[in-house]
Structure formats: structure tokens, C-alpha cells
Design a protein around this ligand. Structure first.
Ligand code: MSP
Length: 512
């Protein structure tokens, strides 16, 4: 039987500026999901990348006095560095300036043109360069784009239009019936009411080359360049190697979940699926719209000087602390706030105290009582059987929670096992057993503790891969951690007696 597949995407990020912690949020979540689905035995593909064309990037390159391609290459280097620092393992990093992507975009436009989906016309509308999107008057607050706090420009020009209007009914039906599922539910409802209320207009998909030179020329009229969103959406196809790599494409298409924040939901719920319908390609299964976060209560912005650099942050606290904190601080799907103060509190309590101390207590006792050699366990008591049952319950719930993208709740479940293990040490009191010479009982307790840590390590692996590897190496287990599956986390007694554990540096030295 062939294995189930899991294809996850992040938005491709604009390269007008360097990556920040907001981009990191989506990308960390995608990485965790990918690693989890692999652990659960699925073939996973994780796509991320950069959105490099359009007026916004063109202006940024001009501002930096660099040719656009050279400018993009520089920022792309920063994105890749950030993802490396955060231990993000994507399967492909797509750039919209990749030659095969550009060629595929041209082919799609020619096909849409030949199919009668594109016509020449005139467009008059408001356009926000910050969003690279058209705006209606009702989108504005005090005449300005609420996201970018700038007045949109009035555009009135000849262009090519995509027949978006003809897809309204089909879009509404697909979203309503969850053929294209939008989660959380309130985001779906928003899109349904938008599509019921507003009449979709045909959308301009080109600009004259004079105005926007940094774009893919239309194959049927090279005096125009392609609208950056049309170019960008197709990354989800070309990132799988489409159209040349049919095997990879057929293996993974459609996306099982496309992650994004609410800022770009509306375009994703209108233009993107309409393009797919026009091309006769199956729609994505789901969009998950996570929350948007502020930093210390304010929107991140250069002028406020509160833009958080993920590279510097991971240098200071380590990738795993950031991965843990960012996903545990607020529910995935709800807005929240990011602050260094909370990061440090969370680090000390959940990581240094709970997880760090579990190791810090267990390994030295192992060295003291057994010279590090894992003992053969004896008879189990209800203390052990209860611990086992509770931990197995967590693993079962985890699968459901991860399927619902409840990442914060998943971490909380794993942490209940960490806390149970800490409590087990207090209750079983190995030091007293050692003092009283209850050797068989001591062996059972220490073995159970190590086995429980083994399970915690497997479960935390998707979230905190570096830490999990470090714990695994302390446990001395021969098989590699990346070969473990979720079923290894429900089985007990998997550590070979005699396996030698070793003490290493503390995982999370306390921040004072
Ligand atoms: N290039 C487009 C997307 C094209 S996809 C075909 C774009 N790029 S972006 O650089 O502006 O990235 C927006 C995305 O970055 C958001 O949808 C979200 O995934 C992430 N975030 C950026 N700032 C964020 C926060 N402050 N909080 C949460 N997510 C954030 O739009």
C-alpha cells in the first residue's frame, strides 16, 4: 500500500526587506507540521520561497541602487540564513526568478489567453503598493490602506484582465462546501459572506513594462509584465517541479494545507482558486489562517524599531526556544503578542525547569546508581502502569490535535508527559529506594523514567529537533531518532538494558 502524502506550503515572502519574526512564524509552523507528518509515516513535501517581482521589490532595489536581480539575490541569502538558523528543513525553496518558474508562468498565461480567460481592457482602480493589491473604497480607513497606512494610488490604464467575475459562483460553492476548506471557521465565514456580498470584477493581470519593468513579460504582449500575484500563486505548482516533473507533481498535488495570515486570505480565496479552475487543476484541500502578531503590543515596523530579527534571536536563545515559544504562546489561528520578556519567562519555566530539569535529575542518578548503564526493569506497579496509560492517551490525542493544527495544544499535551515524569520522580523517590536498598524497585523506576524520556523525545522531535537529538544522544539509544515513528512513542520497553546514558551540558541554562 502506498503511503499517505502531505504537502504544505507557506506564502512566498516579498524580498523588499529582510525576514522578520512574522515570516518565521508561518515557516516554523510548516516545518513542525512536515516533521510531524513524517513521524506519523507520511511522505511529506514542504515548500517555501520568495516572491521577487513587482513594483515593491523594483522600488526597493532602486532605493538600494542595485540591479533588481542582484538585490533579490542578497535578500534571498538572508531568508535562507534565517531558515537555517531556525532549523527549517524545506524540501524546496522556490524563487519566482527561477528560470523554470518564469517559463511556466509564461506558458500558463498563454494557455489562459488561448482559452479565452484573458482579454484586453482598461482598468481604473485604487492600488496599494504595500499589499501589491487593488483596493475598493470600503477597504480603506481614512482613505488609507489599514495595513500599510498609505494612500493607494489611482491606476487608470490599458491592461489585460483575467475573467475573475465568471468564477464567483464556483468559488462560493467550493468554499461553502469545504471542497476548499478554510480554517478557522470564522475565516471561512468571512470569505463566504464576502463572496455573497461583493460582485467580483475581472482583475488586471498586467502592467505596462514602462511602469513595472521588474516582472515576467506576457508571452502574447511583451510590452506588458505579469501582475505579481498571478506570478506568485503559480509557485505552489512550480515549486513541485510542475509542469516538467510530473511524477513529483502527481505525487504531492493538491496541497493538504496552505498556511498564511489573514492579510492575504482574500486573494487566496479568489484569484488563486480561479486560476486553478481555469487551468483545470484540482484545488488545494485547505487553507489554515493563523493569527497575526504584534511585538510588545505594537505592529512591527521599521519606524518603531521593533522589527525582530530571527537570526539574532536564535543566536541569543537557540532555535528550539524560539520554535517552542512562538508556537506555545498563543493559539495558532488567533492573534497574539510577542515579547522578549514572555520569551524569557517561558524559557525558564517550560524549558529550563520542566524539560531541562527532568534530564538534569535523571541522568546524574543513573550515573550515581548504575554508572550510566540502563538497568533491567523488574515488576511494574500501578505507578508505572498509570504513567504508561496516560502517556499513551497523550499520543492518541496528539494525532487529532496536529490534524486540527492545534499546535499550542499539542505542545501542552506533550508537556503533560514531561510534568508527569517529573512528578513520578517525586513520588517514586529513587534516592529513598537506593538508601533502603530496594534494588529491584529502583531499577524499575529508573528504567521507566528513561523510557518515558525516550517517548517525550520522539514527541518533541518535530517541534524542537535540535534539543530532541541532544536528549537522544544522552540516552545513548543506537537507532537514529529520525527513524522513529509515532508508534514507537506508544510502545514501552524499547530501551535495551545495558544502554549507556551520558551526562552532557544542560539543555537550557537558566536566564537570570
Ligand atoms: N508575497 C506575498 C505572498 C504571496 S503567496 C503566493 C506576501 N508576502 S509577505 O512577505 O508580505 O508575507 C506575508 C505573510 O507573512 C503573512 O501571510 C504571514 O504568513 C507572514 N507574516 C508576516 N508578518 C506576520 C506577523 N506579524 N504575524 C504573523 N504572520 C506574519 O504577502
Amino acid at each position: 500500500m502506498s503511503r499517505e502524502k502531505f504537502y504544505v506550503t507557506t506564502p512566498i515572502y516579498y524580498v523588499n526587506d529582510v525576514p522578520h519574526i512574522g515570516h518565521s512564524y508561518t515557516t516554523i509552523a510548516a516545518d513542525v507540521l512536515t516533521r510531524y507528518h513524517r513521524l506519523a509515516g507520511r511522505d511529506a513535501f514542504f515548500l517555501t520561497g520568495t516572491d521577487e517581482h513587482g513594483i515593491k521589490v523594483q522600488q526597493a532595489a532602486e532605493g538600494a541602487s542595485k540591479p533588481p536581480q542582484v538585490f533579490c539575490d542578497g535578500i534571498v541569502g538572508q531568508f535562507k540564513k534565517a531558515w537555517q538558523a531556525l532549523n527549517i528543513k524545506y524540501d524546496n525553496f522556490i524563487r519566482t526568478t527561477d528560470v523554470h518558474h518564469e517559463e511556466a508562468v509564461k506558458k500558463v498565461l498563454q494557455d489562459l489567453h488561448d482559452g479565452g480567460f484573458i482579454h484586453k481592457g482598461k482598468y481604473e482602480a485604487l492600488y496599494c503598493i504595500g499589499c501589491e493589491q487593488f483596493k475598493t473604497k470600503s477597504d480603506l480607513v481614512d482613505g488609507k490602506c489599514p495595513d500599510h497606512k498609505m494612500e493607494p494610488e489611482v491606476r487608470s490604464e490599458e491592461c489585460y484582465l483575467f475573467k475573475l467575475s465568471t468564477f464567483q459562483e464556483r468559488l462560493l460553492k467550493s468554499i461553502k462546501k469545504d471542497e476548499l476548506k478554510i480554517r478557522p471557521l470564522e475565516r471561512k465565514n468571512e470569505m463566504v459572506s464576502f463572496l455573497e456580498r461583493e460582485e467580483l470584477q475581472d482583475v488586471s493581470i498586467s502592467r505596462s513594462k514602462e511602469k513595472v519593468s521588474w516582472g515576467i513579460p506576457l508571452p502574447f504582449d511583451p510590452s506588458h509584465t505579469t501582475y505579481v500575484w498571478v506570478d506568485a500563486f503559480l509557485n505552489y505548482l512550480t515549486g513541485l517541479g510542475w509542469p516538467a516533473d510530473r511524477r513529483n507533481f502527481e505525487g504531492f498535488w493538491p496541497p493538504d494545507v496552505q498556511l498564511m495570515a489573514k492579510d492575504i486570505l482574500r486573494v487566496h480565496a479568489t484569484i488563486w482558486p480561479s486560476l486553478l479552475m481555469a487551468l483545470g487543476v484540482e484545488l488545494p484541500r485547505e487553507y489554515f489562517i493563523h493569527g497575526y502578531f504584534t511585538v510588545n503590543g505594537e505592529k512591527m515596523s521599521k519606524s518603531l524599531g521593533n522589527v525582530i530579527d530571527p537570526i539574532q534571536l536564535s543566536r541569543q536563545y537557540g532555535a528550539d526556544a524560539i520554535r517552542y515559544f512562538i508556537l506555545s504562546e498563543f493559539p495558532f489561528g488567533q492573534d497574539g503578542d510577542f515579547s522578549i520578556k514572555r520569551l524569557e519567562e517561558c524559557y525558564n519555566s517550560d524549558l529550563a525547569n520542566d524539560l531541562g530539569n527532568l534530564l538534569h535529575r535523571t541522568i546524574p542518578m543513573m550515573e550515581k546508581y548504575y554508572g550510566g548503564k540502563t538497568p533491567e526493569p523488574g515488576e511494574l506497579t500501578t505507578l508505572e502502569t498509570e504513567l504508561r496509560e496516560k502517556a499513551s492517551g497523550v499520543v492518541r490525542r496528539l494525532d487529532r490535535l496536529m490534524g486540527q493544527l492545534k499546535l499550542r495544544e499539542s505542545l501542552a499535551e506533550i508537556w503533560t508527559v514531561v510534568n508527569m515524569a517529573n512528578k513520578y520522580i517525586d513520588t517514586a523517590a529513587p534516592w529513598a529506594l537506593a538508601r533502603e536498598g530496594k534494588t529491584e524497585r529502583l531499577a524499575t523506576v529508573m528504567y521507566t523514567l528513561l523510557d518515558c524520556i525516550r517517548i517525550i523525545t520522539i514527541l518533541t522531535f518535530p517541534f524542537m529537533p535540535e534539543t530532541a537529538e541532544k536528549i537522544w544522544s544522552q540516552l545513548g539509544i543506537r537507532e537514529s531518532l529520525s527513524d522513529q515513528t509515532i508508534s514507537d512513542a506508544t510502545a514501552w520497553g524499547r530501551i535495551q538494558p545495558g544502554t549507556v546514558v551520558t551526562k552532557e551540558k544542560p539543555l537550557f541554562p537558566r536566564i537570570e
